[in-house]
Design a protein around this ligand. Structure first.
Ligand SMILES: Nc1nc2c(ncn2[C@@H]2O[C@H](COP(=O)(O)OP(=O)(O)O)[C@@H](O)[C@H]2O)c(=O)[nH]1
Ligand SMILES: [Mg+2]
Length: 280
């Protein structure tokens, strides 16, 4: 997400989504399962209006299974279609396809009853940068037979991927801008590596992450970094981690930059464990 968002970009991105919206039956909104709040642009409700929507929570290989369940219950209670997936392995993608068919069942039946000609269900992907839109499209396109190509007259220039007999997916996702008027949102997006580190420097980001892990995932922290006591100042814990890893600079000082980069990197890769930053 190296992209700088300016009002002009936002207006253009929004206009593109609005244009494509007219062509589709369902919007697939991709979120990052670790941050279902921060990875969501709240304007999406206004932009897509009452178009049927499926929420796909990607990267669920990195998020906390217990909290995934909380989110699933939360969405289900609200009657919002939701599916947790891993776009790299493809886990959950079949369920996406089945759900899309299910969501359009009534419409298809009523068309059939009125003797109307069969038309495939059309979908588009939307989401902020880095949630995995391209990975998802590649995976789903790889699974499915072929691109259908553009259809002159109707959808000039647009590429559709046929997912099965009934569904087509627009091959270019709609990109929304991240919203972080709230600094905490910016920090979480920086933790997951979605925005470049312009919000805070690496050391402060890592320090805050350690603070969060200390309260929310103590067992993972203890396991990963051989710490025996978390009931201390965060700085003391950071010192221990630096010491255990041998991240010391000349003169015997702790190498905080190296330790910070390592912590952020291990968190982002899921090496520390399955961690969610937001719960319903
Ligand atoms: N662990 C994990 N990483 C993923 C998953 N989906 C995508 N990624 C990674 O997330 C990064 C951003 O993905 P990309 O598809 O480019 O996001 P886009 O900006 O929304 O198109 C890439 O490094 C992907 O390999 C997933 O389900 N699990
Ligand atoms: Mg992309």
């Amino acid at each position: 997400m190296d992209i700088q968002w300016y009002p002009g970009h936002m207006a253009k991105a929004k206009r593109l989504i609005m244009e494509n919206l007219k062509l589709v039956d369902i919007v697939i909104e991709i979120l990052d399962a670790r941050v279902p709040i921060s990875s969501r642009n709240p304007d999406v409700d206004n932009i897509i209006g009452n178009k049927p929507r499926l929420i796909v929570l990607n990267k669920f290989d990195l998020s906390d299974p217990t909290i995934n369940k909380e989110w699933e219950d939360y969405y289900n209670k609200k009657g919002i279609n939701n599916i947790f997936i891993n776009s790299i392995t493809g886990r959950g993608i079949d369920k996406v396809i089945n759900t899309l068919v299910f969501m359009m069942k009534e419409k298809m039946q009523s068309l059939a009853q009125r003797g109307r000609k069969y038309k495939p269900i059309r979908c588009m992907i939307i989401g902020i940068p880095n949630v995995g839109k391209s990975t998802f499209i590649n995976k789903i396109a790889g699974k499915s037979s072929a691109k259908t190509g553009s259809k002159p007259g109707v959808t000039k220039g647009k590429q559709w991927i046929r997912l099965n007999q009934q569904i087509e997916l627009l091959d270019t996702p709609g990109i929304l801008w991240p919203k972080f008027e709230d600094k905490e949102v910016g920090i979480r997006l920086a933790w997951i590596g979605s925005i470049k580190d312009e919000i805070l420097d690496q050391e402060e980001l890592a320090f805050r992450l350690l603070d969060f892990l200390k309260t929310s995932y103590p067992a993972l922290l203890i396991d990963r970094y051989n710490i025996d006591n978390l009931d201390r100042e965060t700085l003391d814990i950071l010192n221990d981690i630096s010491k255990n890893r041998g991240f010391i600079v000349k003169g015997g000082e702790f190498d905080y930059l190296r330790t910070s980069e390592m912590l952020l990197d291990e968190f982002r890769k899921g090496t520390i464990g399955k961690i969610s930053l937001e719960r319903p």
